[in-house]
Design a protein around this ligand. Structure first.
Ligand code: MN3
Length: 202
């Protein structure tokens, strides 16, 4: 069965002014669609074709560049769309809020560390909040389309929040001002979805 992009739960202009419609269109319809079709081409007729994307990434041969780049791109963007919402922003509640306070001191400290991970990723990549078995949280970043499920990326656990810091994710609206984009992302984070991923992943 071929891999398929998650449907967006909101219109492409619904995240404005934080994420603009033109960026959403090209990002979803061109970039993510491209990773998805290239992943399907790369696994077709191989023993990966019937596996889940999580299985593929966890057991990935990192020298398999086609699956590494496009499998990562497919998975990462599906997560990215799902952790944003026009009703997002604010702060997490419940167990996730408690875990964030335990790991980072406070929500504001978490925001600063996550923003530093996003700003400090040189070139293209992703910033992540991950949960380890037992519930411990970790912030990290990965280059290109790598993600924390892949072996040996130095970024462990199950990703519960991811931020795309490729220029294609923000350049139309923010040009070189990545920190402004990172700051704006906090206005659309769907903390309910992140909390669900946290409780599923811990
Ligand atoms: Mn992208």
């Amino acid at each position: 069965m071929a891999f398929k992009q998650n449907d967006l739960a909101y219109a492409k202009d619904a995240l404005e002014p934080h994420i603009d419609k033109a960026t959403m269109e090209v990002h979803y319809e061109k970039h993510h669609a491209g990773y998805t079709s290239k992943l399907n081409n790369a696994v077709e007729g191989t023993n990966l074709a019937d596996k889940s994307i999580e299985d593929i990434l966890k057991n990935l041969d990192m020298d398999n560049k086609a699956v590494r780049n496009n499998g990562g791109g497919f998975y990462n963007h599906n997560l990215f769309w799902d952790v944003m919402s026009p009703e997002g922003g604010g702060k997490p509640t419940g167990d996730l809020a408690k875990a964030i306070d335990e790991a980072f001191g406070s929500f504001d400290d978490f925001k600063e560390k996550f923003s530093n991970a996003a700003g400090g990723q040189f070139g293209s990549g992703w910033a992540w909040l991950c949960v380890h078995p037992g519930g411990r949280l970790e912030i990290c970043s990965t280059p290109n389309q790598d993600n924390p499920l892949m072996p040996g990326v130095g970024c462990g656990g199950h990703p519960v929040l991811g931020l795309d810091v490729w220029e294609h994710a923000y350049y139309l609206k923010y040009q070189n001002k990545r920190p402004d984009y990172v700051n704006a992302f906090f206005n659309v984070i769907n903390w309910e979805e992140v909390a669900k991923r946290y409780s599923d992943g811990k």
